[in-house]
Write a protein that binds this ligand. Structure first.
Ligand code: C2O
Ligand code: CU
Ligand code: CU
Length: 487
């Protein structure tokens, strides 16, 4: 069982948690001790003893995670069943790596929901340890939110209800079990959840086969091809698009909508598209007010960005590479055929909801506490996460302004995610928000020394929800807090 004490006891872990290479503890005994704290599901993993297979770029297609089929579908609701499973995946060519997966798939199936129609999912935990499921970005009741305390015991099934009362958006689902969320998500418990909104139909954006989620994340392998769970995150140099390193994706010469999800445990992507700007239409909480061109797209862990690429402007045979400033080339689009296209990218998309008057100001500070001869704690406002403590009590319906900052003494990068609501970024460092802050957000990057002012309205549910740094190894060691929405 992987827990905080286990990881603190394990040599060499701290640097990995922090992402600060200079804090790396001596590597001695590191392999053995980290192995001890791997989740039970991963114990059998150190099986490869040969040489790690080489990744040859653009030799494998990018898979599109299949859309999950409902057991029952009515105009009012859809009922699904999904396992939380141990499985294997061919991430490196020719090697079946032991991983975890929803429905036995390393990138879980895509769930396509509809605004105004409920989704019910029976998740069955087939692991040997507790797990749970969180719908990231979903407006759901607290008992269905995958709170760290709400676990599905091994062998048990739990029904999650997602009301889909929010507008169309690219959400995703992942593990949030206390103490094991980082390892479980890293090992594969992640998938896309798309809320489709009939009111968007008139916009005539690309749909169907031309609407493709792309989950981007990173992973580390040792020299024999075994997955390394905890080390320095900077060593997670293999970047995956829908589970495959450097795949190609064959496209028709027409418009596509891509729903990019940063599903990495801790990484900030700086994406570029072969010298052409991205045409951005959506962010975490749905469509932007208007279509926006961006040269470089910044996406920190758990952020989403919907883009449209019009391949019609390229001759058949053109290859367009998506690059990251650190990882380099990560995905190649190959224009292989012509296709008709009646879709559009309107300049004006959907007005954002009006911002009511804010009545409460709060401050949130994310940082590390370094203790001599001990491992660091992640804290928010000086406190390590305690699920029995309520940090903020919020009146239902209230509109609040939160000043989110990081006074991290080591200059570690963080980010910030709030459950239950989408917020708006008003200011970054006293000035205009970044292009990546546009629209309805639930996750934003925060670098040490930055201050970001956001505003949220807490409508809907009452109860306890968490907010945290979404670098999952950070929230795991305490950088998480709890708010209670009260009537
Ligand atoms: Cu992606 Cu607390 O969640
Ligand atoms: Cu979330
Ligand atoms: Cu952090």
């Amino acid at each position: 069982m992987l827990n905080r004490r286990g990881v603190l006891a394990a040599g060499g872990i701290a640097a990995g948690v922090l992402g600060v290479p200079q804090l790396l503890a001596p590597a001695e005994g590191h392999e053995d001790s980290t192995h001890d704290v791997h989740p039970a599901a991963f114990q059998e993993s150190k099986t490869f003893t040969g040489t790690k297979p080489e990744i040859v770029p653009w030799t494998r297609p990018m898979p599109v995670p299949p859309v999950l089929k409902p057991l029952v579908s009515t105009p009012r609701q859809e009922i699904y069943q999904l396992t939380i499973d141990k499985t294997t995946a061919e991430i490196l060519p020719g090697l079946q790596s032991p991983v975890l997966g929803y429905g036995g798939q390393f990138v879980g199936p895509t769930i396509r929901a509809k605004t105004g129609r409920k989704t019910l999912i029976m998740f069955q935990n087939r692991l040997d340890e507790p797990a749970n499921v969180h719908l990231h970005g979903g407006h759901v009741a607290p008992e269905h939110d995958g709170h760290p305390r709400d676990l599905i015991e091994p062998g048990r099934t739990r029904l999650y209800l997602y009301p889909n009362t929010q507008q169309g958006a690219t959400l995703w689902y992942h593990d949030h079990s206390h103490g094991t969320e980082a390892a479980h998500t890293y090992l594969g418990l992640h998938g896309a959840y798309v809320v489709e909104d009939d009111s968007e139909r008139g916009l005539n954006l690309p749909t169907g086969a031309y609407d493709v989620p792309i989950l981007l994340r990173d992973i580390q392998f040792d020299d024999s091809g075994n997955i390394v769970v905890f080390d320095d995150p900077a060593k997670r140099t293999v970047v995956l698009a829908n589970g495959v390193p450097q795949p190609y994706f064959e496209v028709a010469a027409r418009k596509y909508r891509f729903r990019l999800v940063n599903s990495a445990n801790q990484r900030v992507f700086h994406l570029r598209l072969a010298g052409t700007p991205f045409t951005r239409i959506g962010s975490d909480g749905g469509l932007l007010a208007s279509t926006t061109e961006v040269e470089e797209m910044v996406l920190s862990s758990a952020e989403r960005s919907d883009i449209v690429i019009d391949f019609a402007k390229y001759p058949i045979g053109t290859r367009i590479v998506l690059t990251d400033s650190v990882a380099g080339e990560i995905l190649r689009f190959d224009v292989v055929r012509r296709a008709s296209d009646s879709s559009r990218v309107p300049a004006v998309l959907r007005p954002l909801p009006a911002m009511p008057y804010s009545t409460v100001d709060r401050e949130v500070d994310l940082f590390y506490v370094f203790k001599p001869n001990d491992r660091p704690d992640g804290v928010i406002n000086g406190k390590v996460f305690d699920m029995d403590r309520v940090d903020f009590t919020i009146k239902r319906g209230a509109t609040e302004t939160w000043l989110i900052k990081s006074s991290d003494p080591a200059g570690v990068k963080h980010n910030f995610h709030m459950h239950l609501v989408q917020f708006r970024v008003l200011e970054r460092n006293g000035g205009a928000p970044l292009p990546s802050d546009l629209g309805l957000k639930d996750t934003i990057p925060i670098t040490a020394g930055e201050t970001v002012k956001v505003q949220a309205t807490f409508t809907g549910h009452t109860g306890r929800y968490v907010y945290h740094c979404h670098f999952l190894e950070h929230s795991w060691i305490g950088m998480m807090a709890q708010m209670e929405i009260v009537p």
